[in-house]
Every structure is written in structure tokens, then in C-alpha cells.
Design a protein around this ligand. Structure first.
Ligand code: HEC
Length: 117
């Protein structure tokens, strides 16, 4: 099962809410519940000083609220999905999602991936 299948909900995801419900990978799209993840492979390593892109993505998926992207609110995933993905998904699935996101390399993303409400 690939990270893309999990992301888009083509493979069942624990908690029942696929990532694409809240995140787009379409670089030109502005409004979504969560940040635009087009090009996140290029930005992830700059989000938190000292954290590699891979470590940032892993931790962002495991506990969404650990690092809250500026412009967004904490608590949305727990409210909608019911728990943290780190408690719901096996490590192999988190690794597949991280790998998939590391490969998102679009350079031009609307609003730098962050939507101001
Ligand atoms: C219910 C809505 C929702 C779902 C479902 C969801 N996310 Fe998120 N996600 C958010 C919000 C809101 C943020 C911004 C707040 C924060 O950083 O926690 C976010 C932030 C992120 C970030 C950090 C992005 C950045 O620009 O630094 C990553 C990576 C991420 N999510 C990956 C995922 C993955 C992978 C899944 C599926 C396993 C997923 N999300 C499912 C709402 C969601």
C-alpha cells in the first residue's frame, strides 16, 4: 500500500478520514482546512530549526498539534479524526506517507502553502 493510496483514501486509513479531506496537493489551490502540501518536500526541513524534513513530517503526522503551522488552529485533527494519527496508524503507514510527502517538490505554491483566513 503506497503513501499516495493512504493520502487520497484509496486505501483505508485508521480513523476513516483521509489526508486529502483537509489537504490539497494542487499547487494553485488556496483554500483548504489544512495547509497546501504541494511542495512540502522542499519546505519541511525549514519549518522547525534542528528538525530534518523527514523528522518534521513524521512528527507532524503522528501528532498534528506538536507544531502548529502559523495561520492554522490546533485541535482540528483530534476533533475530526478522534485521535492522533500516531495512535491510529502503524509505523509502516506513517513511513509511507512521509516518503510520499518528501517527494512533493512543486516550487510555486499559492501563499507558500499557508492560507490566511
Ligand atoms: C481534519 C483535517 C486534517 C486531516 C484529516 C489531516 N490534516 Fe494535516 N493538518 C491539518 C491542519 C489544520 C494543519 C495545520 C495545523 C497544524 O500544523 O497542526 C495540518 C498540518 C499538517 C502538516 C504540516 C504542514 C506544513 O506545512 O508544515 C502535515 C505534514 C500534515 N498535516 C500531514 C497530514 C497527513 C499525512 C494526513 C493524513 C494522514 C493529514 N495531515 C490529515 C488538518 C488535517
Amino acid at each position: 500500500m503506497s503513501g499516495a493510496d493512504l493520502f487520497f483514501g484509496r486505501a483505508p486509513l485508521a480513523g476513516g478520514v483521509p489526508c486529502v479531506t483537509c489537504h490539497t496537493l494542487n499547487a494553485g489551490e488556496r483554500v483548504s482546512i489544512g495547509p497546501n502540501l504541494a511542495g512540502i518536500g522542499l519546505r519541511a526541513g525549514d519549518r522547525v530549526p534542528g528538525l530534518s524534513a523527514q523528522a518534521y513530517l513524521e512528527r507532524s503526522i503522528q501528532v498534528h498539534d506538536e507544531f502548529v503551522v502559523p495561520g492554522y488552529q490546533a485541535g482540528i485533527v483530534r476533533a475530526v479524526v478522534g485521535d492522533d494519527y500516531g495512535n491510529l496508524l502503524p509505523n509502516e503507514q506513517i513511513a509511507a506517507l512521509v516518503d510520499f510527502l518528501l517527494h512533493q517538490q512543486a516550487e510555486e505554491v499559492a501563499d507558500g502553502g499557508v492560507v490566511a483566513f
